[in-house]
Design a protein around this ligand. Structure first.
Ligand code: GCO
Ligand code: CA
Length: 263
């Protein structure tokens, strides 16, 4: 697939946070297959080793950097190191995230703050430190991984929804501030995907599993590979005049109110 190089990422360096597993890994793989050199961020050494082995087994060029995305000093140093050791970062995917499923009445503020820290403040920190370099070069792609919860509420995920709703607006705001430097900041909003993160609510016979399948016009959970095309598109020059958009890859969830239980 070349299309005159419109989607070609050869020679580009892409940093993907939280890409040792799950959706981050699927998006990084697609970006790598489009030609980019991958810089994988994670925080668990053993997981990183496994992930790098599997990226390399897939024929991709991948480097691993362990750092805590919520720690500004650590982020700043790691970005400087990546720029020096791997090369100029052209693409940043803010994917690292956590969720806590606790009813709001029972959630204490420390849990709430931790989710905001990882899912909202960290994308700000990492974007800011990467963008400093992108601004100088007048080129960059930043992709924030949003959620259905950027638009919709659901029992037990108040902190996650607050953070992901905030991430949508952070995307629009950074797009506003940085478009003048030829940096495109956009978002991807995955629907319900079959990953480790959703494993507890995806078990067969769990009412949530049936609910999601019924609630999704496409009639299934997303496969992490379903995100690849959008990740490559927003990383490539095919999207050079797209600023501050969230593309929902959700099998139609946000398009519909759903249908009665007996239909
Ligand atoms: C949940 C899910 C969601 C998804 C996803 C939806 O508990 O409702 O885990 O939060 O992971 O973010 O887009
Ligand atoms: Ca994680």
């Amino acid at each position: 697939m070349n299309m005159n190089g419109l989607f070609d990422l050869s020679g580009q360096v892409a940093l993907i946070t939280g890409a040792t597993h799950g959706l981050g890994m699927a998006m990084a793989t697609a970006i790598g297959k489009a030609g980019a050199t991958l810089v994988i961020n994670g925080h668990t050494p053993s997981k990183m080793e496994e992930a790098l082995a599997s990226y390399r087994a897939a024929g991709l060029t991948a480097y691993g950097y362990l750092f805590d995305v919520t720690n500004a000093q650590h982020v700043k140093e790691s970005i400087a190191q990546i720029e020096q050791e791997v090369g100029p970062i052209n693409i940043l995917v803010n994917n690292a995230g956590i969720i806590k499923r606790i009813p709001a009445l029972e959630m204490d503020e420390a849990d709430f703050r931790q989710v905001l820290d990882v899912d909202l403040t960290a994308p700000f920190i990492v974007s800011k430190h990467v963008a400093r370099y992108m601004v100088e070069r007048r080129q960059g792609k930043i992709i924030n991984i949003c959620s259905m919860m950027s638009e919709l509420g659901r029992d037990t995920v108040s902190a996650y929804a607050a953070a992901k709703g905030g991430l949508k607006m952070l995307t629009r705001n950074l797009a506003t501030e940085w478009a003048r430097y030829n940096i495109q900041v956009n978002g991807i909003g995955p629907g319900y995907f079959a990953t480790e993160q959703t494993a507890p609510i995806r078990v067969d016979g769990h009412p949530f599993n049936d609910f999601i399948v019924r609630r999704t016009p496409a009639g299934r959970w997303g496969d992490p590979e379903d995100l690849g095309g959008t990740a490559v598109f927003l990383s490539s020059r095919a999207s050079d005049f797209i600023n501050g958009q969230i593309i929902y890859v959700d099998g139609g969830i946000l398009a519909t109110i759903g249908k009665p239980a007996n239909e």
